[in-house]
Every structure is written in structure tokens, then in C-alpha cells.
Design a protein around this ligand. Sequence first.
Ligand code: SF4
Length: 500
Amino acid sequence: MSTPVLERTRTYQVRTFGCQMNVHDSERLSGSLEAAGYVRAEDGDADVVVINTCAVRENADNKLYGNLGMLASVKRERGGDMQIAVGGCLAQKDKSVILEKAPYVDVVFGTHNMGSLPALLERARHNGEAQLEILESLETFPSTLPTRRESTHSGWVSISVGCNNTCTFCIVPALRGKEKDRRPGDILAELQALVDDGAIEVTLLGQNVNSYGVEFGDRLAFGKLLRAAGQIDGLERLRFTSPHPAAFTDDVIDAMAETPAVMPQLHMPLQSGSDRILKAMRRSYRSEKFLGILERVRTRIPHAAITTDIIVGFPGETEEDFAETLRVVEQSRFASAFTFQYSIRPGTPAATMDDQVPKAVVQERYERLVALQERISLEENQRQVGREVHVLVSSTEGRKDAESERLTGRAEDGRLVHVAQPAEGERPRPGDIVTAVVTHAAPFHLLADEPGPLRIRRTRSGDAWVRAQAESCAVPAPGAAPGAASGRVSLGLPGLRARS
Ligand code: SF4
């Protein structure tokens, strides 16, 4: 499908629900729209509103139709040619149901054809009727689409999409299909392009990153990829999410430990500590294997911060099963955990299982788990007090920085750190690295409130941030190479730019 050319400049807004994968998909939706001539709306009054939906999180339907209801009245008031598009996992799942329930929607597209959005919008306007296009499988790997990056210092790179597992609570295999692996050369080229654009931190993304290579028959491909990415000059911080405990092999731990750019951080989803529940979830590892992985990671990478996902109240979960989860959580010493209350996701095998656990029971267990994990998070963070940390100053995470007179960023192990900023003296830019000593700990963050001037390392990412700021004000940045780190729309390929 060719990219249409717009008659006048139209503005867009993308609203994202869901996981990091969806946030990255939204960067691609924005990139595709900008490559087609749309510009991002600075206020809430966009000509095109795109909702990138999630079918995994609770109440996804309510959230979507609530948003659509409000947009319908805006569209009625504005009249004219405002357009609404709905894409992502829920669109892939519900297909025409969205147009039946919300006939004022102009475009519905799925997870496999994000690049078609500009053409579908154009066709809907031209034909005066809604366009529905859902593909059942991927035609183009999404990372070859233009991307409008939200940050100059950090980026995401997809290494695979889809999943070959069949966890009974999860809708992803039904919506995103079988795992498709991107060729290592393409991934490395995109990493290089991001680094050339000013990024110093990249997170590799996949539903199940350590099974990467299954499609082209190399079981060791993920560890090799980490090592190869670690060779890219200027890529200082390499992270990945999410691995799966079943196939997490020692060669990956070796690659993490032996590649300096790989950060001492691991997100390892536990889901349940009960072997009986893991079996019902069709997760093929057991709690002892899980704990063994953590032990081996900590032996090789002693300061690794390990985080996890846990579901409470899966169908059939008894008090004994839940006690097993508490036991494994206590032993695992996670730095933090994403905890979820199980709730039915239509279309998943678990949705029709007997023994759904009553909501009140789930709630009570959930509160106990959260209290336990908060205690552990606090204790683990207290162990950081007195340590020196290197904080990558964030452009997106410090919403209260101005009033608290701090700056915010992530330490190498992924912990959130707020650093006191003296009233006078040099200031870091987003993307620079500040070295500080941790003075206080809370469950969800660290404080580094030492008095005295900041110890700042100015980086290429900080330079890129300055150039991007200057360009967004249409002021030429001092020393900016033509097109360098420009409007942050990249094609994911070295040497190519979507717009000059
Ligand atoms: S590994 Fe399980 S939870 Fe993760 S995407 Fe695949 S099916 Fe879903």
C-alpha cells in the first residue's frame, strides 16, 4: 500500500493503552503518520485521534468505549473531517464489533498492519466510509516502519513479535500470532541507527526474548545477539524484556555477565510460586527452576536488580498455592514486582476454567502480596544507601522535578533515582549521566540528596536532546549536522531519514 500525500497539514494524536510493546507500536504509528505529512497536535484538538488498544489489561473494553464515547461528542461538535482510528490488540480481537458498537469510528486496523494507517485514513476520507483492515499474519516486520521516538537518549528495538507459548491466561498468542524473529543483521542495523541518532540506551523487545532464534533454528541466538549488540560503539546501556523462565539458559546469563553494555537488571516473570498453578497456567518451569535461575544470575552479576510479574487468584488457586507464591517471593528478593489480580480475559483458556476465585479472596491475597513485596523492595533499596549510582537523566520521568528541585533518571540496574539539584552550577540535560550517592530509600525510588555540585558526564544523548529542542522551535542548533537527530522520525535503517 503506497503512502498517500495530504492536501493540507493535518494534526494527529495517538493514545496508548497497555504494555511497552504497545508504547513502541505507538511510536511507529506516529512515525508512519509523520512520514505521510501529519504533524503531532500540540493541544487536544487533533484532526486524527488514534487509539492503540490493549486486550491484556483489565477493563480494556470499558476503557476503549469510554474514550470513544467522549471522542464521538467532540467529533459531532467539530463536524468537518475529524477522524478516529482504533488499532492494536483489542481491534485485532474484536474486528467489526468496534464499528458495530461505535459507527462513528473511521478506521479499524490490527496488530499486523500498522503501516497501513495513513492509507486507510485517506481511503476513509475519500470514500466517506469506515475502513476495516485486519490481517491474520504479519506482512512486514513492524520495525521497518518509520518511528517517531519519544526520547533522544533511549529507544526500543523489537527483535521478535508473537509467541509460541500457550499460557492459559494470555490472549497474546491469539492476537499477535506465532513468534516471528527478525534477522540479527536487521536488529543490529537498527541499533546502530538509534545510536547514530543520539541514543545511548536501548531495550530489546519481544514477548519471549530468549526464545529468539527459534524461527531460524539457532537456540543460542539471543546470547549471541546480546554480545554482538555490546560491540556497538556508543551503545552504553542495553536492556531487554521479557524473557521466559522456561528457556532461560546459562549462555544468556554468561552473555549478560560478559557484555559490559548489558545492564545489571533482569525482568523475570514468575506469575505464580505454586507448581500446581504454573501447570494450570501452562508455564513449563517450576518454582525450583525459577529460583535456580535467579541464583545463577546473582552469582555472575551480584548487583543485578531482578523484577517480576505475578498474578494473584488464578482459577483454582488455594490458600496453599498462594502461600507458595509468598514463599517464592520472599526467597526471590525482587527489587520490584508488577502484581495483577486475575480476572477473566474472554478468548483465553483460563476464562472458562472452573474454580474462578471470588473477587474478595483475590483482593485479600493481593493486598498481602503487595505488602510483602513493598517490604522487600524497601529492604533491597535500603541496601543501596551509600552506594554510588550513575543516573541517566530522563526527559520523561521527573514530573515533580521542578517543585522538588531534583532531577530524575534510572540507575544502571533500572532503579528510579531522584537526585538533588543545587540551585547554582552546571545542569545536566536529559541524556546526560549524573553520578551520585544514594542517601535515602523508599519502596519505589531512591533519593540522592547529597549537597554540593553535581558530577555530570555530558553525553551524545544530551547533545541530541539540545538539537531536538532547537529543531522543535525551528532554531538551528549550534553545530548540528544536517539531519542529525532530527525530528526523531527514523526508518530504523542506517543512513535513511523519513523527512529531511
Ligand atoms: S509467554 Fe505466555 S504470557 Fe508471555 S506472551 Fe507468550 S503466552 Fe503470553
